[in-house]
Design a protein. Structure first.
Length: 169
């Protein structure tokens, strides 16, 4: 398994993984018609618009690959809402279903923590959709659920859970 910084030519594969991960992870949590309406083309357009260094050139995206095949990715950077100095945020980690529970997520987290430390961040968070079946992963790597936050997605009222790493040192 290899982790590297994502390149623009990775965007189509990142979009494909993003879509497939949403369709498997959020099945039964988000409406089927919503998940069915998502397309690789739309996800690819989103990634081209956001950029691999989302937000505003301050973040970074990594890919996980095995024998040249990208099978997962993560995106992280400074805390977005509310912005807090010295605080990082894991925006997303997605790994194809057939590659989950093989240590890739932990490798991505280690890379993210290394990045956060290089930026002088002392704490970090992740917002996870309530019902996500992988919340135990965040607890396993030391994050604690601290609060629930309502948000809207395509007109749907949903809840995200804020997971916090108080000290990443």
């Amino acid at each position: 398994m290899l982790i590297r910084k994502a390149k623009p030519e990775d965007i189509p594969r990142i979009a494909q993984i993003h879509l497939k991960s949403w369709q498997t992870t959020y099945k039964g949590i988000l409406p089927k018609n919503y998940l069915d309406s998502l397309t690789e083309k739309n996800k690819e357009q989103e990634w081209h618009k956001l950029g691999l260094d989302y937000p505003n050139g301050q973040g970074i995206t990594w890919v996980l690959e095995n024998e040249g095949e990208v099978f997962g990715f993560a995106n992280a950077g400074p805390q977005r809402e509310p912005p807090i100095a010295g605080h990082g945020e894991v925006y997303c980690i997605y790994i194809l279903k057939e590659f989950r529970r093989m240590g890739g997520g932990q490798l991505l987290i280690k890379e993210i923590v290394k990045y956060f430390k290089s930026r002088g961040y002392h704490s970090a968070s992740a917002l996870i959709l309530k019902g996500n079946p992988f919340t135990d992963f965040y607890k396993l790597i030391g994050a604690e659920p601290t609060e629930e936050r309502p948000f809207k997605l395509d007109g749907m009222d949903l809840i995200q859970i804020l997971y916090l790493w108080k000290n990443i040192k």
